[in-house]
Structures are given as C-alpha cells and as structure tokens.
Design a binder for this molecule. Structure first.
Ligand SMILES: C[S@@+](CC[C@H](N)C(=O)[O-])C[C@H]1O[C@@H](n2cnc3c(N)ncnc32)[C@H](O)[C@@H]1O
Length: 256
C-alpha cells in the first residue's frame, strides 16, 4: 500500500516541479537567502557543511546550499521526475558537490550522524508516518548539527475549504484533468504547486506547534526557533482565522 501511495505522491510532485521555468526556479532559490536574512539566521554557517534536503523536490534549497559554500549537498525524494529534473539543474549550473537520488524520508539511505544540516520542508506531513520520518531525519543528523523542519499547522478556514474540495470535486476530477484546467486558465506553475498538491496527495497531516516542539525536545534538541512564513503571521488574529496554526517552521540544534 505504501508503495502505491508513495508513487501517487511522487507522480503529483514530479508533474508539478517539471513545469517550473528557469526563471521561476531561480526565484525559488533566492527565497532561501531572503527568508534566512529575514529570520536573522546567518548564511555563513553553511560554509563547508555536509547537508541533506529530505524531500528535495526540484532541488531549489540544494542549489542555495551549494551557493552558500556547503561541502556536500545530498537530496532525496520519492518523485523520480523531480529527482531527474533536480539533477539536470545541478549539472547545468556546474554544481559537482550536489546530487539527488530517489529514496523515502521514511528510510533515508545514509548512515547515522552523517549530516551537519538537515532540511525537510513541506514533506513529512505527506508521508503515512510523519513522526517516523522525523526520527529518520534525527538519525542522520550529527549531534551539534542543525535541523530545519517545516510542516503544516492545524486549523483555519484555508484547510477547511481545501478539505471540502479534496473530499468532493477532487474525488471526481482526476489530478491530470484538474491541472490541465488550471494551466488553461493561466495559473502559473508555482501557484498550481502550492494548492493542487494538497488537494490530491494521499496524505496531508497537520499539527500543532506544541506537538512538533515535543518531537524536538523529546529527542534532545535545543534553541528551538519558530520562524515565520512571509505570507502570514500566526500572531495576528485575521491570519489565525484563515491559516490556523499556519506553517510550523522550526530551526533547532541537536545537543552535542
Ligand atoms: C511540497 S514539496 C516540497 C519540495 C521541497 N522541499 C521544496 O520546498 O521545494 C513535497 C516533496 O516531498 C516529496 N515527498 C513526499 N513524500 C515523500 C517521502 N516519503 N520521501 C521523500 N520525499 C517525499 C514529494 O515528492 C515532493 O517533492
């Protein structure tokens, strides 16, 4: 069952990521720098580090990490198409220290304590066992390393509406047909990817900040830093009504 659902998830993302133009991709790489500056997280830290992007998609964060001087950048993703397009992008940009391969975040094909930095953004809530995935991220991260985890928060009108469509119209209209329709009305690739995935992927879990923070504290992390997503602010009432707990994005250090 897991194999079939992983394949379905991989196909949806493969389809969405291969549609990115060079310009859209480059803009998505820049977001990594912009967000870290906004969060006050120094970009020099990444120099010479060994990094993993677990659920790397089209490879935008991997390109960003390479540009920041990381020594080695590995990526895994269950989407064959996403990995293939990511590796083409690395080749085009002459990034020899960067490589992605097909693998699941539920069974990361690297040894314990291999990485200095592990990022997993928008991924583990799409697996059948998010906490197991978290434990895998933790396993491959060295003591003293940094993790950046980004998962969906619970609640809000946006999820309410999403789920109405997810459990009704999207059960009738197949993904490919819906995507064609959205392309037809001129919705750009990045916007399609931000919404269509959550309507069609088999798993789409959401969490509270408290739950996710517990994952970190139970596994020996310190300096938990919830960083804000630029499109909304979970401390503002209107944003809470629309987005509930919002994106839960946490930077944390694994205790030595
Ligand atoms: C929302 S996209 C995020 C991609 C990337 N992290 C980014 O921010 O651009 C989610 C990604 O997770 C991948 N994914 C879903 N389940 C996975 C699993 N079990 N193992 C590895 N990757 C998975 C999908 O194929 C997709 O590329």
């Amino acid at each position: 069952m897991r194999g079939i659902e992983e394949k379905k998830t991989g196909n949806i993302y493969g389809n969405l990521f291969t549609a990115y133009s060079g310009k859209l991709f480059d803009e998505s790489v820049e977001l990594f720098f912009k967000r870290h500056k906004m969060w006050g997280i120094g970009l020099n830290w990444f120099r010479d580090k060994v990094c993993l992007d677990a659920g790397c998609g089209g490879g935008r964060f991997m390109v960003a990490l390479a540009r920041l001087g990381a020594r080695e950048v590995k990526g895994i993703d269950i989407s064959i198409e996403a990995v293939s397009v990511a590796n083409q992008r690395f080749k085009q940009r002459g990034l020899g220290q960067v490589a992605a391969k097909v693998a699941s975040v539920l069974e990361i094909p690297y040894s314990d304590n291999y990485f200095d930095y592990v990022v997993s953004s928008g991924v583990i809530h799409h697996t059948p066992e998010p906490y197991k995935a978290f434990l895998e991220l933790n396993r491959v991260l060295k003591p003293g390393g940094k993790m950046f985890l980004s998962v969906y928060g619970k609640g809000g009108l946006r999820w309410f509406t999403n789920d109405i469509f997810r459990h009704t119209i999207c059960k009738i209209i197949p993904f490919k047909a819906m995507e064609k329709l959205w392309v037809g009305v001129g919705i750009p690739a990045n916007k399609r990817y931000n919404m269509l995935d959550n309507l069609y992927v088999p798993y789409c879990y959401r969490f509270t900040e408290k739950e996710v923070s517990r994952w970190f504290t139970d596994n020996g992390y310190t300096n938990l830093n919830r960083v804000k997503f630029e499109r909304y602010d979970y401390e503002v009432l209107s944003s809470r009504v629309i987005h509930g707990e919002g994106w839960i994005q946490i930077y944390a250090d694994k205790i030595l």
